[in-house]
Ligand binder design. Sequence first.
Ligand code: PHE
Length: 344
Amino acid sequence: MQELSEMIAKIRQEIKSGVEQLGDSRAVYEFKKTFLDSKAGKISQLMKEMKNIPAEGRADFGKAVNELKVWANSCFDEIDTRMKEKEAKLRYESEKIDITMPAQKRITGKLHPVTQVRNQLIDIFASMGFEVFEGSEIETDFYNFTALNTPQDHPARDMQDTFYLSPEFLLRTQTSAGQIHVMEKKQPPIKILSPGKVFRSDDDATHSPMFTQMEGLVVDKGISLSDLKGMLEVLVQRIFGEGTTTRLRPSYFPFTEPSVEVDVSCFECKGKGCKLCKGTGWIEVLGAGVVNKKVLENCNIDSEVYRGFAFGIGIERLAMLKYGMNNIKLLYESDLRVLEQIDD
Ligand code: PHE
């Protein structure tokens, strides 16, 4: 029995000092097994000695080994709980999310500047009651010119160098072609907006063979040029800011009479004169006029009863002014260094 109590003391000592060295719950599990594994564990082995003990000493032996077992178990339980707490804390630290950290910048796509300006114009006109009509990019000579009071041999055809697809078909040079389609189908009151691509054989820093226009057409009783002027004032203030005004200059288009070029007061220098407005204080932004009676009649609209006005805006021109660009090509090259600087 002397031997047994020594062995028990030795195992206790072994567990006590061994437990201090353990670094994590996995090690606790492995270490515990070396003592309490039902087959190979040192304490389990000790139990097997029972049969070699004289009968009178067996009860004491069993009691002592059992006490050791209970003690060892509680000892391992305690260290196991401590390790698991420590591990949970470490995991919590490593998985902690710092919500004060600045978020990673996500680069998202955005609408093309021309689309942005186009949408802005549509919003403004829609708030004035205009509906959108989108015509087709391939037109007939009739819709693009003849019905717009520009017959064959009319000198005004030279104003727009045309891409002909055949003697009859062409790439539309102006969204004005849409005016005829609308008036053919519908009697007044008419209030439409027709945005779209147009094509002209023209190519320099401020012109491109393809560009975008926005046509407006209003036909009703009692319409006059002052209605156009009033509407344009609202438009330019919404686009270029309050305090911007317009002026109308006489011009010529075969399908409007009288015809005007519309200038806005320079929003850069407020009319004093600068590089943008070439010192004049004014910038030309669109062509417009009162719909020529002949055009109304071409569409079977009674020109004695109805009057209309029309206007055509170059969207790229507006975008270039708005974003301070000096070359129209910047709008088509999709250079991210340029596009990233543009946002509304
Ligand atoms: N279609 C003309 C152009 O492209 C602009 C315009 C439209 C003028 C409507 C008057 C009325 O130059």
